[in-house]
Design a protein around this ligand. Structure first.
Ligand code: SAM
Ligand code: SF4
Length: 326
């Protein structure tokens, strides 16, 4: 069991499978983003070895992310290897959904349990503007394919950006009337790459909720008022699905954080919003023993920061969001 100094049991690992992506969302990365060469990224056998090590330390919950995880070569085989790792009980993926129409079935067969799909608007023109060249229809087909493949409950993620999609939260929330989906609205966080817009065009969870309530009336608390992961859940009376608000900036949930992040280039990051990193790939390639690596992980977990420093104006600027893994 991996405990930090504050007694939190850290057992949830987010693995970024690549920093590459087939979209260029404005709030995530600059258009001219340069990606790391393949040799600098964790190879399949390295990911599987680290997964076994983390699982042996009690990490039983894994989320695969990126960049865009589905653009990685041999993704289905890799997911199969991760889901079959002893000690790993839950494997999910965060994806932009573009390739899910083709991959949802094979990924489900490989043991993937759930997906979170990012879709910030149902308006194709606005979708293109936010993603720079994405086609909203591809994502919609991906969502339906994921549902068909049993990658449920389907969770949809929408980052809300002033001047781009504030009004679109109403159409997204409306989806929950007819579908048993969880539509989650995310406050935009600041990183490198798009910092100016991330700070000046952020919309708070309270503002988003007010917009949704103006359209549907007061929302009812769901999940007994408890957080579901990082989301505070509500529903429109009579709706089949839930609406979640992720207020990482305005009301952080650091006290209950149980996560660690492994970046695609093999660095362990114990807080999404802090720059401190522990390189695991370098020692692994330099011949470190499994015990050495285990000790590095346990020490990193022990020293996990209590929380982020956004309220004090501390912004982690050493990576763009896509280089960490959301
Ligand atoms: N490519 C996949 C996707 O878009 O779902 C996975 C990686 S993406 C970095 C993970 C999540 O982070 C997505 O839901 C995305 O919308 C969100 N995200 C990206 N930049 C963000 C930012 N600056 N603040 C908050 N969330 C962000
Ligand atoms: Fe790619 Fe996801 Fe970032 Fe959009 S949010 S650019 S889909 S990694």
């Amino acid at each position: 069991m991996a405990l930090d100094r504050f007694g939190r049991r850290i057992h949830y690992l987010r693995i970024s499978l690549t920093d590459h992506c087939n979209l260029r969302c404005l709030y995530c990365m600059p258009e001219e983003m340069t990606f790391r060469p393949n040799a600098e990224l964790l190879q399949d056998d390295e990911i599987l070895l680290l997964t076994r090590l983390f699982a042996g330390l009690g990490f039983d919950k894994i989320r695969l992310t990126g960049g865009e995880p589905t653009v990685r070569a041999q993704i289905v085989e890799l997911v199969g290897g991760i889901t079959h790792t002893p000690g790993v009980h839950s494997v999910s993926m965060t994806t932009n959904g573009v390739l899910l129409a083709r991959l949802a079935g094979p990924l489900a067969e490989a043991g993937l349990q759930r997906v979170n799909i990012s879709i910030d608007t149902l308006n194709p023109a606005k979708f293109r503007r936010l993603t720079r060249w994405g086609d909203m229809e591809d994502v919609w087909e991906g969502i339906l394919a994921a549902e068909q493949a049993g990658l449920t409950p389907i969770k949809l993620n929408a980052v809300v950006v002033k001047g781009y999609n504030e009004e679109d939260v109403v159409d997204l929330a409306r989806l929950t009337l007819e579908h048993p989906w969880q539509v989650r609205f995310i406050e935009m966080m600041p990183f490198a790459g798009a910092t100016e817009m991330q700070i000046t065009q952020m919309v708070t969870a309270a503002q988003i909720q007010a917009q949704v309530e103006a359209a549907f009336g007061a929302l009812e608390a769901a999940n007994g008022g408890k957080l579901d992961g990082e989301a505070r859940l509500f529903h429109i009376p009579g709706a089949q699905g839930d609406i979640g608000f992720i207020s990482s900036v305005s009301a952080p949930f650091c006290a209950t954080c149980t996560r660690a992040r492994l970046t695609a280039d093999g660095v362990l990051r114990m807080c999404l919003l802090r720059e401190h990193e522990i390189n695991l790939l370098k020692p692994l390639r330099a011949g470190a023993t499994l015990d050495d690596l285990r000790n590095l992980i346990l020490e990193a977990v022990w020293n996990k920061p209590w929380g982020h420093g956004l309220a004090e104006g501390e912004i982690a600027l050493n990576r763009a969001m896509s280089e960490i893994g959301g």
